[in-house]
Design a protein around this ligand. Structure first.
Ligand code: ZN
Length: 289
């Protein structure tokens, strides 16, 4: 046990608002429903991200993606409610690393569908699923369809911000290699929100051959905008540590830039599709120089 974990009373991190649904009271949700019927559902995971990042990395990212999008939407006059954060996902190919939890696809589809149908009963009608773990995209899509199929008037969509981010990320990252799961990009984003939980002193540089990387998350992969889905067997075949890339390159500044691109795209799509705003989500996502 390292010294910094000895004090059990330490504050591990702080959380900025707006609150997620589970941090609100019932009357506060009722009041929000007078303003909006749009709910952003952050879908995370509990899975290994190397020796330097916490297992909840994807859940923290999903929340921050939604938090920043909600702030942008509020400024546009398009209020939304966030959450609750779903802290589990389908993480089968990360099993084998300590602490990883993986729910079956069937369980995840039911979990996401029943969360939305409960909130439909409360009065929410428009659902936007936002991932923190791209391995959840298939079950998120099936659940979104289930929500629509099981109601007469709900809308549901799945937002994969990896595609727009992939187009501009080369201008943000400092690594000259392709960074993957738990690498520079993700580490930078957790440095923004949970610096106390990032252990850069334990980070290990680990890259994989380009032909492996192409199938894990290259531009031809469907999750980054391509047309091919490569099913993954075992992440341990690619990395003995749980992550791919050079986490030591991460900084809070590049994490902030990444989040800004993600949140801007999310907010534009939601404003256009759920608030009928004349906004082009595909216009340049980088701040003007
Ligand atoms: Zn992750």
């Amino acid at each position: 046990m390292s010294a910094e974990r000895e004090n059990r009373d330490d504050v591990l991190y702080s959380q900025k608002g707006p609150p997620t649904l589970d941090e609100m009271t019932g009357p506060e949700v009722e009041a929000a429903l007078q303003q909006t019927d749009v709910l952003l559902l952050p879908v995370g995971a509990t899975e290994a991200h190397g020796p330097h990042l916490p297992l909840g990395t994807d859940s923290f990212e999903a929340r921050e993606n939604c938090r920043r999008a909600a702030i942008r939407l509020e400024a546009l006059g398009c209020p939304v409610v966030i959450g609750p954060v779903v802290p589990f996902g389908t993480s089968s190919f990360h099993l084998g690393f300590a602490g990883t939890i993986s729910l079956s696809s069937q369980t995840m589809i039911k979990l996401l569908t029943e969360i939305c149908l409960s909130l439909y009963d409360t009065g929410f009608r428009k659902f936007a699923f936002v991932h923190g773990h791209d391995g959840n995209l298939p079950v998120m899509m099936v659940a979104a369809q289930e929500v629509v199929d099981n109601t007469s008037d709900a809308l549901a969509m799945v937002l994969n911000w990896l595609t727009p981010l992939s187009k501009v990320y080369h201008t943000i990252q400092t690594s000259s290699r392709q960074e993957g799961h738990g690498g520079e990009g993700e580490t930078a984003r957790i440095l923004v929100t949970h610096p106390e939980l990032v252990h850069l002193d334990r980070s290990i540089k680990h890259h994989v051959p380009p032909e492996d990387m192409r199938k894990i998350q290259g531009g031809e992969h469907i999750k980054t905008g391509g047309g091919i889905f490569y099913a993954t067997r075992r992440y341990q075949d690619h990395t003995p540590y749980g992550h791919i890339g050079d986490p030591a390159l991460a900084t809070k500044e590049t994490g902030d830039k990444g989040y800004d691109v993600i949140a801007e795209w999310l907010a534009r799509v939601i404003a256009r599709d759920y608030f009928d705003r004349d906004i082009d989500p595909n216009a340049s996502l980088l701040p003007a120089e």
